[in-house]
Design a protein around this ligand. Structure first.
Ligand code: ADP
Ligand code: F6P
Length: 465
């Protein structure tokens, strides 16, 4: 990718795996993508500093170059926790009620985006392609254009695009579209996100849908399309058989089927709703329905933010109450782990589970859903219970689809999954597996980069590797 005379791929995202292994959809996906294609990846340093350096710092990496920018404690508080995760995250996940507007958050967000634009201006060469990721950097391309940078710029939003009504909850909803319009290509996860984007453009006084499928906003023309993100399924499948997941789980689940949930501890993931649905299953379970243990792995995430502290307390309260009501001497119905688990352990656990519950209230894609499918034994697969509000629902249509707000529907889905015939499990799995293996992470990045090349005309060389 850094060949002479050939544009480099420069990727920017807030999170970059410097010392810790990847956890979270974006880093898992980009690490997989860049290992295949090479290039440069720019992201935030792990420790805050008192005074940010005026240059990017290079880190050892395997297959691609990693560069970090510095953040101060104020930057982290205002740009990352405050505006990105206290305003934009709830806005995009249909939780505008949780938005915490403070002027210093927006100022900090713009300050960091402008600073990074300055650092990138020094790094970029005219034939490079810049690929910006996620809601931390909505204004970055706009800031770069203001500095006169004219490279091809693509943007991919990993989380849902806000509905028109949600956008109105922003003090300056038009800024969102103006920032998007600074790119040559905007990629979203799902068709439903594209529909939300186009609805916002249609309603904006300065927005227009052009006959050639392009979009214009104010003085800019750009393209928008959905690029559903995938995983590296082969690697995950291999990891799932390296050890036996059943051996990892202790004995206190005698006779019980195993269900698994794996999510960052985030209110968008619907974990309390999931536990309530599971509780309903246990409450209403007849004598011919199996016992079940739900292994819920939920590592800490953004724990300085009040809404995240509250969801943790809620989860602990529900898990305690359900176990208090239903546990027996040889069986604990909910096993809850509040920590990171290496992928080499997660994959065998997925394979050992009779069903997975992936039941977010809103989610851009949800990679866990795809990882669970990749980890199954095709001959005797488990069942994916999937929220219709996950982006993955547009692809994994053979899952047992649920509305996570409906407790009795969740309970019924659990019963169905745990008693499903092997024949039906196989038929559902074959369809989902084909989707996960055909539309993998390499295809995702290749499709995006091809579209990015096309949008600026044939002069640009694009090679996703
Ligand atoms: P998000 O990006 O919102 O966190 P995704 O489901 O798209 O959600 O991606 C989460 C990624 O993080 C998956 O690759 C998953 O395997 C990984 N992950 C989630 N929970 C854990 C955990 N407890 N330990 C390690 N990895 C995890
Ligand atoms: O995939 C969505 C996302 O918000 C990524 O942008 C982010 O890296 C990941 O979830 C985990 O969140 P965080 O980086 O805040 O820990």
């Amino acid at each position: 990718m850094s060949d002479e005379g050939k544009g480099r791929l420069v990727v920017v995202s807030n999170r970059i795996p410097l010392s810790k292994p990847p956890a979270g959809g974006l880093v898992v996906a980009l690490d997989d993508a860049l290992r295949g294609s090479g290039g440069l990846w720019v992201g935030a340093a792990e420790e805050v500093v008192e005074t940010p350096r005026d240059h990017l710092v290079e880190h050892p990496a395997d297959g691609y170059t990693k560069l970090s920018f510095d953040l101060t404690a104020a930057d982290r508080n205002e740009y990352y926790l405050g505006y990105s995760n206290g305003v934009l995250w709830p806005l995009c996940h249909r939780r505008s009620d949780l938005i915490d507007f403070r002027p210093e958050y927006r100022e900090g967000y713009m300050r960091v985006n402008r600073r990074i634009a300055g650092l990138l201006k020094d790094l970029l060469r005219p034939d490079d392609r810049l690929w910006i990721h996620d809601y931390h950097f909505l204004p970055l391309a706009h800031c770069l254009r203001e500095l006169g940078v004219d490279v091809t710029m693509g943007f991919f939003l990993h989380i849902p695009f806000p509905t028109h009504t949600d956008l109105e909850a922003l003090s300056q909803p038009e800024a969102f579209l103006q920032w998007m319009a600074a790119h040559d290509l905007v990629g979203l996860q799902s068709q439903s996100d594209v529909a939300s984007f186009l609805a916002a453009i249609r309603r904006a006084p300065r927005g227009e849908l052009l006959p050639d499928g392009m979009v214009s906003y104010a003085d800019r023309r750009f393209r928008i399309a959905s690029f559903p993100i995938g995983i590296a399924p082969q690697e995950f499948a291999e990891a799932s058989v390296a050890i036996d997941g059943s051996d990892l789980i202790g004995p206190d689940r005698r006779g019980a089927k195993l269900m698994i949930g794996v999510d960052r501890l985030d209110y968008s993931k619907g974990i309390p709703h999931r536990l309530r649905g599971f509780e309903s299953y246990l409450d209403t379970r007849g004598p011919d329905m199996p016992r079940a243990t739900l292994l819920q792995i939920a590592p800490p995430s953004r724990s300085e933010i009040l809404a995240y502290k509250e969801i943790r307390a809620e989860l602990e309260q529900i898990a305690g109450a359900v176990n208090g009501k239903h546990a027996e001497l040889d069986w604990t119905p909910i096993r809850y782990l509040h920590r990171n688990i290496p992928r080499e352990v997660l994959a065998p656990l997925f394979r050992a589970a009779d069903a997975a519950m992936v039941t977010p209230l809103a989610d851009g894609m949800n990679l866990v859903a795809k990882e669970y499918i990749a980890a199954q034994d095709p001959d005797n697969p488990g069942v994916l219970i999937l929220s219709r509000f996950a982006g993955a629902a547009e692809q994994l249509k053979s899952s047992v689809m649920v509305n996570p707000y409906d407790r009795s529907q969740m309970a019924e889905a659990i019963g169905r999954a745990l008693t499903m015939s092997r024949e039906e499990r196989r038929a559902r799995h074959v369809e989902a597996r084909a989707n996960v293996f055909e539309h993998d992470i390499a295809e995702w990045s290749a499709n995006f980069l091809r579209a990015l090349g096309d949008v600026r005309g044939p002069g640009l060389s694009v090679d996703a590797g």
